[in-house]
Each structure stands twice: as structure tokens, then as C-alpha cells.
Design a protein around this ligand. Structure first.
Ligand SMILES: Cc1cc2nc3c(=O)[nH]c(=O)nc-3n(C[C@H](O)[C@H](O)[C@H](O)COP(=O)(O)OP(=O)(O)OC[C@H]3O[C@@H](n4cnc5c(N)ncnc54)[C@H](O)[C@@H]3O)c2cc1C
Length: 322
């Protein structure tokens, strides 16, 4: 392990819309941010070809291109973008305390403030045909990609509140939505079940699992299997939405930061403050409701402003004490 310890004023962990927006604000406020990209430089949007709903791009933009532009904007004001994964943290409980961070199991850092923007990962079924057709009709985000299936038939996998919410969203855009539910009941709240049941163009199929996603380059249908009878059937659809949950990338902070039961970091209302002074959380790592690039960017901005105010208050306390 390296002996050298670098002191950083503002450490940003993650390179999605939240991390880069935090970096733009932090670098313009002279917080000298260093940003570690993690294993997925650019974050989740690098896995999609078309972003149509981020303000400022009237023609839409390719996800990787958009993230490259965000990186360039952050670097323009002096953000140091580094490739590396935060592998351990020791977060201080003291106001003005120093947070100890390990990158790639070897680099030691000390940070005055930390902005966590580590995002979340959508869960998939993990069958080969689904993985092959990701971006070709298989999507984990109805709000992001539903528009591309306007006037078409789609299917959605899932039985919780998010799946029900996304099915209702798709029903407004698509001709027909087939909801594939593995068990013989839905996990969604009674209110959400009532909602999907009352929408004419949603068909719910219980005891139904995806056997294979059909299509060569793009989705042409889905072969489902009834897990009670073993009967298989092909449903022609052009889009398959997977809504079986997300996993926030927050394991490295477990035991130190307050989290909900699924690992989302808990922040104070209308703030990005966590339970540790000087540690702020933004983006999908602390948001299981909206999960959009623009909301991630919004909380990234908030985190940088919160960090700036925190550093200023620590500095003024130190001046008064001296
Ligand atoms: C296929 C797909 C299409 C989408 N399309 C749209 C769309 O059209 N419009 C829209 O608004 N939203 C869309 N979304 C949702 C959007 O991508 C997310 O809401 C947004 O990217 C969240 O941003 P974030 O910065 O919080 O995290 P992410 O984008 O998830 O980025 C997290 C970052 O943290 C890094 N990281 C994780 N752990 C560590 C660690 N230990 N150390 C260092 N770095 C770490 C990762 O490498 C990554 O860079 C889509 C999502 C998917 C999956």
C-alpha cells in the first residue's frame, strides 16, 4: 500500500450527471474538486444511444457524447478527473474533520468534503437475449425510453410500485402494455394495483416469466412461459421494459452513512447533507423516486453548494477560534 497521502478540498465520487454537475459548480467556486470516475466513466447514460429529455438539446443527444461534454465542462473550470474506484472510506464524525478515502485499494486520500454521486444500477433478468438487446428495445427506464415506442405494443416485467407506475406511464404512450408478473399476485400497493387494473390497454399476466427476448438487432417479441403450466407463448412487442428494481452503488459507505433498507443514502430534507458533517450525497445514490439525469444534475448542483457553505462555515469557526 502506498504511503503517500494527498489532501483534497472536495472529493467527488462518480462521473454521472450528478458528479459532473457537482464538479462544474465546485470548480467554479474554487473548491478544487478531484473527481474519481469509477468503473463506468460517464455513468448510466453511456449505455444509451439517445437522450431526448435533457434540457438544452433540441435534437436529442447520444448518451456518451452528452457525458463527454459534461466532463469537458467540468474540466474547463479546473476539475481534475481521474480514473479510479473508491474502495474504502473512513468518514469523520467531527465538523471540520478529515475524511479518509482509499482508491483502488492503494491510493490514500484525505478530503475536507466528499460528494457522493455513485448512482444506481438497474437490475436485469440476466438472460442472454435480454442482454444482447439492451438498447435495441430492452430498456430499464420507461420514462427515458417510452417515447420511442409511441403507438406500439410493449411489455413490462415487474410487480412492484415502480413497475405499476411505469406500466401506467407507458399506457399513455403505447397502444398496448402487457405486464408480466412472476407470481400470482402483485407486490405493488393496493392503490397502484387498482390504477393498472383500471387502465384498458394494460393486460396483466400472472405466473408469467420471460423465456427469451426475440429479435436479431431489435426486439420483435417476447417468448413467455407460464410457470405453473409450462406453456410457452410468443407476444409480439417492439419494446421490453424491465422494472424489477435498482441497486444503489453505496456498499462502500455501509455502516457509516444512514441508508434505507435497500441501500439508498438518506439525506436531510431539501438538502444533500448526510449524517456525517462534510459528506453530501447526490443523484441516483440517494434518489429512488425520480432517477433522471436532470434530477441527478440538480442534486449534484445542490451538493456542491452545500459543500461550499460547509467549508465556509468551518473556515469562519476556525478564524474565530484563532
Ligand atoms: C439505459 C438507460 C437509459 C436512460 N435514459 C435516460 C434518459 O434518456 N434521460 C434521463 O434523464 N435519464 C435516463 N436514464 C437515467 C439516468 O441515466 C440516471 O438517472 C442518471 O445517470 C443518474 O446519474 P448519477 O450521476 O446519479 O449516477 P450514474 O449515472 O449512475 O453514475 C454513477 C457513477 O458513479 C461511479 N461510481 C460508482 N461507484 C463508484 C465508486 N466506488 N468509486 C468511484 N466511482 C463510482 C460510476 O462509475 C458512475 O460513473 C437512463 C438510464 C438507463 C440505465
Amino acid at each position: 500500500m502506498s504511503e503517500q497521502v494527498e489532501r483534497i478540498k472536495t472529493l467527488i465520487i462518480g462521473s454521472g450527471p450528478a458528479g459532473y454537475t457537482a464538479a462544474i459548480y465546485a470548480s467554479r467556486a474554487d473548491l478544487k474538486p478531484v473527481l474519481y470516475t469509477g468503473m463506468e466513466p460517464g455513468g448510466q447514460l453511456t449505455t444509451t444511444t439517445e437522450v431526448d429529455n435533457f434540457p438544452g438539446y433540441p435534437e436529442g443527444i447520444d448518451g456518451p457524447a452528452m457525458m463527454m461534454q459534461l466532463q469537458q465542462q467540468a474540466e474547463r473550470f479546473g476539475t481534475q478527473v481521474r480514473i479510479g474506484m473508491v474502495t474504502a472510506v473512513e468518514l469523520s464524525d467531527e465538523v471540520g474533520g478529515i475524511h479518509k478515502i482509499t482508491v483502488d485499494d492503494s491510493i490514500q486520500l484525505e478530503a475536507e468534503t466528499v460528494i457522493i454521486s455513485t448512482g444506481a444500477s438497474a437490475k436485469y433478468l440476466n438472460i442472454p437475449s435480454e442482454q444482447r438487446l439492451r438498447g435495441g428495445g430492452v430498456s430499464a427506464c420507461a420514462v427515458c425510453d417510452g417515447f420511442f415506442y409511441k403507438g406500439q405494443d410493449v411489455a413490462i416485467v415487474g410487480a412492484g410500485d415502480t413497475a405499476a407506475e411505469e406500466a401506467s406511464y407507458l399506457a399513455n404512450i403505447c397502444t398496448k402494455v402487457t405486464m408480466l408478473v412472476r407470481k400470482d399476485y402483485m407486490r405493488a400497493s393496493k392503490a397502484m394495483q387498482h390504477r393498472v387494473n383500471s387502465i384498458d390497454n394494460i393486460e396483466i399476466r400472472y405466473n408469467t416469466e420471460v423465456d427469451e427476448v426475440l429479435g436479431d438487432q431489435v426486439v420483435e417479441g417476447v417468448r413467455v412461459v407460464n410457470n405453473e403450466t409450462g406453456e410457452k407463448e410468443e407476444i409480439p412487442v417492439t419494446g421490453l421494459f424491465i422494472a424489477i428494481g435498482h441497486k444503489p452503488n453505496t456498499d462502500v459507505f455501509k455502516g457509516q452513512l444512514d441508508m434505507d433498507e435497500t441501500g439508498y443514502i438518506i439525506t436531510q430534507p431539501k438538502s444533500t447533507k448526510t449524517n456525517k458533517p462534510g459528506v453530501f450525497a447526490s443523484g441516483d445514490a440517494q434518489d429512488k423516486i425520480y432517477r433522471q439525469a436532470v434530477t441527478a444534475a440538480g442534486t449534484g448542483c445542490m451538493a456542491a453548494l452545500d459543500a461550499e457553505r460547509y467549508l465556509a462555515s468551518v473556515e469562519s469557526k476556525e478564524m474565530l477560534a484563532s
